[in-house]
Design a protein around this ligand. Sequence first.
Ligand SMILES: [Zn+2]
Ligand SMILES: [Zn+2]
Length: 302
Amino acid sequence: MTIPLRVQPGIGEGFASYLRRVAHTLGTSPRMLAIDLDLTCGETTGLLLGPDTTHRIAERLCLRPDDLDDLQLARWHQVVLDLRLLGHRQRLQRPWIDYLNTRYCPWCLHENGYWRLEWRLPWICTCDEHEIWLHDHCPHCNKLQRDDAWEAHPTPPRNCLACAESLITTPTTEAPPDARRRTYAAQGLLAAEDSHIAGYETDPATTVKGWRQSVAIHRTLQRHNQRDPVEHWTAPDADHALEQAWPLIDAPDPATAAAVVRRWMLGYQKPWPFTQADVSKFIGPLRHALDDVRAVWGTRHH
Ligand SMILES: [Zn+2]
Ligand SMILES: [Zn+2]
């Protein structure tokens, strides 16, 4: 059966949001719609869909397959996540890659009525449209928001999946300009614009990896003892981690990048913490900065 109406996907919308809206228009639950479309649990999360499934449901929803591809995180394959890791969830580097939760902007939900796919990305922390922090939790039940249309209750698309209360009245906080600039830089990576890290031009996938590694380097040198891996970062948490590492990430040239690491190292006051194996995992620009510092450090501390 073809779905008896055509719902146009919103600009930048995610798949679960789209399914929730179609289900709402039809007066059914997202799960009933998914089952009707022969989707299985796990195919409603907006990560990726196989080409056969995409073609099949595109026809049913009166969309082009390309429209459906744009609703999946896989559209940013390589940049945001290595999809080969999806079969190995324990290897996903949370909180950098979140395969289920989403943030939201209450004002965007109010104005557009749909959820943006980029809210799934932990390093998108502010709303560029409304200049406010994105939210992670429901103000009513305090649950994280799941981006999954495998939902048995017919909850309106602007509402919390857990408690069904509306999210559009969530109190908002203005985001500082620096945080907005970092989110803007992240959006530039998604748009595959020119990107740089530690003073080198790199492709967006390498840069994103470098963001994660720069935060790790900073945390090591600040002796940030984080034994338990964080499962989820709220927008201000994630941006704070980036803010700390930003002088390295955003260094205008390699010499400045090395100077930043040297400054961190001075506060560290311990032997060089990175083994050769650690360093070999870093992207080239960060390896150069570290090698530069280690050369100086080695002569002073041995
Ligand atoms: Zn917004
Ligand atoms: Zn709730």
